[in-house]
Design a protein around this ligand. Structure first.
Ligand SMILES: Nc1nc2c(ncn2[C@@H]2O[C@H](COP(=O)(O)OP(=O)(O)OP(=O)(O)O)[C@@H](O)[C@H]2O)c(=O)[nH]1
Length: 110
């Protein structure tokens, strides 16, 4: 039986940049033109073989509309990594980056 390694990943970014679409494509290999905005956060998993292990991705997709307000709560989700998406550099990135900076200073966040 193959060992399972869990990798926690959190997607951050402004609303409408395509976070949920990327998760949907990765997990279900599907693209939905009418995908609904995320409320709060959603959670999905995907397990893929990697060498002699199975890598189980635990994916938190956050709501862009609440990116600033929601980030502090994310500090309770120790993650392997964060995926930061942005299509409007002047708007959302600074806020998201400052939030990630705060998160990276939190205990348990690599
Ligand atoms: N043409 C095109 N449309 C995309 C692409 N990715 C996402 N979209 C569309 O952009 C819109 C927003 O995509 P979402 O994946 O919901 O974006 P989001 O960042 O999760 O948004 P929130 O849930 O509000 O934070 C949807 O109508 C998608 O169908 C892409 O690569 N190309």
């Amino acid at each position: 039986m193959m060992a399972i390694r869990e990798l926690k990943v959190c997607l951050l970014g402004d609303t409408g940049v395509g976070k949920s679409s990327i998760v949907c494509r990765f997990v279900q290999d599907h693209f939905d033109h009418n995908i609904s905005p995320t409320i709060g956060a959603s959670f999905m998993t995907k397990t893929v073989p990697c060498g002699n292990e199975l890598h189980k991705f635990l994916i938190w997709d956050t709501a862009g509309q609440e990116r600033c307000l929601g980030l502090p709560a994310l500090s309770t989700l120790p993650s392997f990594g964060f995926v930061l998406l942005n299509t409007r550099p002047s708007v959302g990135l600074a806020c998201a980056y400052s939030g990630v900076g705060a998160l990276s200073a939190s205990p348990g966040v690599p």
